[in-house]
Design a protein around this ligand. Structure first.
Ligand SMILES: O=C(O)[C@H]1O[C@H](OP(=O)(O)OP(=O)(O)OC[C@H]2O[C@@H](n3ccc(=O)[nH]c3=O)[C@H](O)[C@@H]2O)[C@H](O)[C@@H](O)[C@@H]1O
Length: 510
């Protein structure tokens, strides 16, 4: 009987301990079993058993009592019970009138766990689960909230950075658009020529006064143009409107040095033409012209035709230019005879127009600048010496006509309309509307007294003659120099006309 009783109690305890943490059973003369997080554990008879998570028991339980470490509210809701405090349960122990199988085994002196407690325990368990579930949901919600916050913060930050970048980049975009526009619209219209008709053309001195106008003409006609210039008197500004064009190339090179380049035609215009400029470095002028094709000869015959061989002082200040041109012609014809090189020789007479250098020093640019600035017009000598001036576009057309002809002998290109220098001074004063005086200075050394081209050969063989009237050309030149003066004034630089070298008591060799 005792054995069966003991067995029933052991079963009761095992059942409890297998399902409920914190349950404690003490039975005199029985060993007990509890469930701990690490598994089932046996206890000697009469031992006090408590769950490791529970607070110490305030006092040993009375033998035979069934106690539990209660969590939660006591039934009836009369406040919390202290952890480990005994919870007395009503019930009957088998052998003392207890109903077997209802209240479990309650040994004498023990308090049995009744249906209410079980209900409470079940409620507590559900609550715990509910609380745990709620805590889990709250945790997940807070993690999600943090994640969402982080993302929105990051997005806000990203948006701010993006808007700042946009602010910085917007003006740059604007500038790029402007640059693209200026690139696409800046070239003058160019004809399309087929491969067969398109020529590769080299222009030495192509950034100079005459050379740059010739460059414009050949580019607009649809040819491929290579400009070679050392920028001694030429300027990049004269050809800048072609830079970047697929048919155009600009090479900074001095023609005194060899240049190997494959082309169909060469216009050799590299040489300073203004007396103050070419006298500035006579050896350089000579060197430049000995490989040149242009020539200008001082006259003894008037007007000068192509058979006129010139009359120059070979040791005077102008000799570097004049003799240089003569040697250049000699070389051209030597190469033609000996090597079969095709040559064209243009004898160019006084030419004027836009893009003449502000410091050129020749008579047209000097007089216009002086008149525009209200300064006296400087006439060297009495002003009776004559010149015949052609407008630059007439010269360019003549050069192209000559190049494309089969005329290999020299051809004069100039305007035969002859005027004295004093007449020029008065005409320019009138066209500018200037109050400037005319000032007579001493005569320039070796200054040719008469010059007028005979252009019958050009008319006959090339069908060419100048078409721009003197006044029309002068007005264009005046407009150009007015703009240049404004440009220079904005750049704090006002050029002064260059004086020519004055005669030093020696009569000119005519
Ligand atoms: O442009 C040209 O085709 C020519 O220029 C110069 O020839 P030149 O006729 O002496 O050129 P300018 O310096 O313009 O002189 C023309 C005349 O005006 C006079 N002059 C020049 C400048 C000035 O301020 N005042 C003035 O009276 C000169 O003494 C000269 O009689 C070169 O010497 C020539 O070889 C070249 O072909």
């Amino acid at each position: 009987m005792m054995r069966r009783h003991e067995e029933a109690f052991r079963m009761h305890c095992r059942k409890r301990s297998a399902t409920q943490l914190g349950h404690a059973c003490v039975h005199p003369g029985l060993s007990a079993t509890t469930r701990s997080p690490t598994g089932l554990r046996s206890h000697p008879p009469g031992a006090t058993i408590r769950h490791p998570a529970a607070s110490p028991l305030p006092s040993p339980q009375p033998r035979g009592a069934c106690a539990m470490t209660a969590v939660g509210r006591q039934s009836g809701g009369r406040g919390r019970r202290a952890r480990g405090a005994p919870l007395r349960l009503r019930g009957r122990f088998p052998g003392s009138g207890a109903e077997p199988g209802r209240a479990g085994c309650v040994p004498p002196g023990m308090v049995s766990k009744g249906p209410l407690l079980r209900l409470l325990t079940a409620i507590n368990r559900r609550r715990m689960k509910l609380l745990t579930g709620l805590a889990f949901v709250a945790y997940v919600a807070s993690v999600w909230g943090n994640f969402v916050n982080m993302r929105s913060l990051q997005e806000n930050g990203d948006q701010k950075v993006e808007s700042k970048i946009e602010e910085a980049v917007a003006p740059l975009r604007e500038k790029i658009r402007d640059l693209e526009k200026s690139f696409t619209q800046k070239y003058p219209p160019v004809k399309f020529l087929s491969e067969k008709d398109r020529k590769r053309i080299l222009i030495t001195g192509g950034a100079g006064f005459v050379g740059s106008h010739l460059t414009d003409k050949l580019m607009m006609d649809g040819h491929e143009v290579t400009v070679v210039d050392n920028f001694f008197t030429g300027r990049k500004r004269n050809v800048e409107h072609w830079i970047g064009h697929e048919n155009f190339e600009l090479i900074n090179h001095d023609v005194v040095e060899p240049l190997y380049i494959e082309v169909d035609q060469i216009y050799h215009l590299a040489s300073p033409a203004s007396p103050p400029n070419y006298m500035y470095n006579p050896i350089k002028t000579l060197k430049t012209n000995t490989i040149g094709t242009l020539n200008m000869l001082d006259p003894e015959v008037h007007p000068q035709n192509e058979d006129y061989w010139g009359h120059v002082n070979p040791i005077g200040p102008r000799a570097c230019y004049d003799e240089g041109k003569r040697v250049a012609e000699t070389m051209c014809y030597a190469y033609m005879k000996q090597e079969g090189v095709e040559v064209r020789v243009a004898r160019i007479f006084n030419t004027f127009g836009p893009r003449m250098h502000m410091n050129d020093g020749r008579v047209v640019s000097n007089f216009i600048l002086q008149a525009l600035q209200g300064e006296a017009l400087t006439v060297y000598g009495p002003g009776t010496q004559t010149r015949a001036f052609q407008y630059v576009s007439d010269l360019v057309n003549g050069l192209v006509a000559l190049m494309n002809s089969n005329v290999s002998s020299p051809v004069n290109l100039g305007n035969p309309e002859e005027h004295t220098i004093l007449e020029f001074a008065q005409l320019i004063k009138k066209l500018v509307g200037s109050e400037s005086e005319i000032q007579f200075l001493s005569e320039a050394q070796d200054d040719p007294q008469k010059r007028k081209p005979d252009i019958r050969k050009a008319k006959l063989l090339l069908g060419w003659e100048p078409v721009v009237p003197l006044e029309e050309g002068l007005n264009k030149a005046i407009h150009y120099f007015r703009k240049e003066l404004e440009y220079q004034a904005n750049n704090q630089y006002i050029p002064k006309p260059k004086p020519a070298r004055m005669k030093k008591g020696r009569t000119r060799h005519n």
